[in-house]
Write a protein that binds this ligand. Structure first.
Ligand code: N01
Length: 534
């Protein structure tokens, strides 16, 4: 559904993006009585869950931990069909929320922001859209998501392919059949793994081009019966509290003891338990030291290596599927029968480290060894993550400073929400929110709302992070990285997925989320410490 702007294009606040974070932000600011407009590039709500509609797209947080908890009617009237629901159900959920809260009249769909410029004399932002419209607002909240700019690698000849070429992050709305077809999938991150296991049983032939293997662990999904749904509903207050008090905003916490503090038998018993539990538990319910102690991490790696070898029939294929990075250095995907797909006669795994892609041709892919013919090539090659989502908005702040230039050494933020030189601009961006994203974003979005409300009631024309507060935050982010196994990670979180993107400043807040929320509260309690308010 498309809503064209019909009224004034001057607002108190503009929210960019109608995904899980943007919808909540729009609702809160509207409730505070501000005039708010949301600008959304897609034709519908849901953000990531609007765009990523490839076969097999599914949550890896428990559905009922990913939902909104702030509104009782939403909780009462929505039921989940599975522990981890698929994209269509989640897209329906965000449509249900948008209708229930009557958000749609405040959203301009098919509206892609291409420039966001601060006016020093009025302290207001002017936003321009791809189709030439303009909006002005005192405040801008960029809720564009951290994984929203699809990345297409510069492979020679990509445009010359005469078959069907698809990118998972901009998947067509029309049903796509793969029955009996010869399909290539490039990329084996969370997305690639989900689509490979979904297509494995239906395609004629499947060739998987893998640059890096991944430590995928079982999703252990199950349907939610009426009885289970009733139990969950009764437990919602506890679930809500846990998602607001655990390190990663999941429903579960890490152990307190380290992997090396227990006997080998106890360690193995815990790993077996995790193997049979639903969800991201190898990250969220593992020993306390797995992400900070390489020896502890090695014990997880050894356990998961054994599992891959047990599940893949051909030892040579199993060897290719065993990653050469530490557990958790890339976000671990969850799988349902992924490894067994490679036991099928019609599936081939091409390890790009041993057989590189030279070019795409009109009929297929030329590697260093041979030419392979395909009907379809699927790019599951991920995103220009984190900074990429914000650099795309053409943000130019105070003194004509462009965000892209200010971030030439990587993201610089204060609290993962604001940037020096960019007054009255908030973003749910790098160096802040993480883990179970909507749950983790709740506190920061509440904080942004309160900060704007306080600025309004205090008669503040502009609020801007100071340079020193920002530098301190960046230093803390970079120092924290050094104590974790992520320090030599190669992933979208470090920019290694894209040639030339790796920068000095790290992108993620790695401390427990409850500490982050405490920090936000103390900044406000101390009169917006670290901000210049005029
Ligand atoms: O993207 P990715 P994603 N030639 O960057 C490969 C979330 N998510 O869309 O690892 C060949 O992880 C690249 O190789 P390498 C989740 O947070 C959640 O899969 O860079 N291959 C990699 O294998 C996730 O982490 C769900 O060496 C190339 C793949 O493409 C994040 O989104 C589902 C290449 C990209 O993997 C991103 O996941 C899906 C090239 N030139 C995603 N360039 C849930 O379950 C890149 N690759 C909720």
């Amino acid at each position: 559904m498309t809503t064209q702007p019909t009224q004034s294009t001057d607002y108190d606040a503009i929210v960019i993006g109608a995904g899980p974070v943007g919808l909540y932000q729009l609702h809160l600011l509207r409730e505070r009585g501000l005039s708010v407009r949301t600008l959304e590039a897609g034709s519908g709500v849901g953000g990531a869950w609007y765009w990523n509609r490839y076969p097999g797209a599914r949550l890896d947080s428990e559905s009922y931990t990913y939902q909104y908890f702030f509104n009782q009617e939403l909780l009462d009237e929505w039921s989940w069909s599975e522990e981890f629901v698929t994209q269509p159900e989640l897209e329906r959920y965000y449509n249900f929320v948008a209708d229930k809260l009557d958000l749609r009249p405040s959203i301009d769909f098919d509206t892609r922001v291409v420039s966001t410029v601060f006016d020093e004399s009025t302290h207001r932002w002017t936003l321009a859209t791809e189709d030439g419209r303009a909006y002005t607002a005192k405040y801008v909240v960029a809720a564009t998501g951290i994984l929203s700019v699809p990345y297409t690698p510069a492979i020679e000849g990509l445009d010359s392919f005469q078959g069907r070429m698809l990118h998972t992050a901009v998947w067509p709305h029309e049903p796509q059949s793969f029955d009996g077809r010869r399909v290539a999938v490039i990329g084996t991150g969370s997305t690639g793994i989900q689509i490979i296991q979904a297509l494995g049983p239906v395609v004629g032939e499947l060739t998987v081009f893998q640059r890096s293997a991944n430590w995928a662990t079982p999703l252990n999904n199950s349907p939610i019966s009426a009885e289970r749904m009733a139990e969950l509903r009764a437990a919602y207050p506890d679930i809500r509290d846990r998602t607001q008090s655990t390190s990663q905003c999941f429903n579960i916490e890490s152990l307190t003891e380290g992997a090396l503090d227990v006997s080998e038998e106890e360690r193995r018993a815990h790993f077996e338990k995790l193997w049979n539990m639903p969800g991201l538990v190898f990250l969220t319910h593992n020993f306390a030291d797995v992400m900070i102690n390489e020896e502890a991490n090695d014990t997880v790696v050894a356990y998961l290596t054994e599992k891959i070898k047990q599940r893949v029939n051909d030892p040579e294929v199993a060897r290719k599927l065993i990653p050469d990075h530490r557990f958790g250095q890339k976000r671990p995907p969850l799988e349902v029968g992924y490894y067994e797909v490679f036991n099928q006669d019609n599936v081939e795994l091409v390890n790009l480290g041993e057989e590189a892609i030279l070019r795409v041709t009109a009929t297929g892919i030329q590697t260093t060894e041979r030419h392979l013919e395909f009907d379809d090539i699927i790019l599951a090659t991920g995103f220009d993550a984190l900074a990429g989502s914000f650099n795309k908005l053409g943000i130019v702040g105070s003194g004509g400073v462009a965000l892209e230039d200010w971030w030439s050494d990587g993201p610089r933020t204060y609290l993962g929400l604001t940037v020096h030189h960019f007054p009255n601009l908030f973003m749910v961006g790098p160096q802040g929110v993480g883990g179970n994203f909507p749950a983790s974003a709740k506190g920061p979005v509440d904080w942004i709302t309160q900060t704007i409300a306080d600025a309004e009631s205090d008669g503040v024309a502009r609020i801007e992070a100071t340079h020193s507060a920002e530098q301190e935050w960046v230093d803390m982010i970079n120092a924290t990285l050094q104590i974790t196994v992520l320090k030599d990670a190669q992933s979208w979180i470090t920019g290694h997925n894209i040639p030339g993107k790796v920068k000095t400043n790290f992108t993620a807040y790695l401390m427990p989320m409850f500490m982050y929320k405490d920090k936000l509260a103390s900044v406000r309690a101390n009169g917006y410490e670290g901000f210049d308010r005029q």
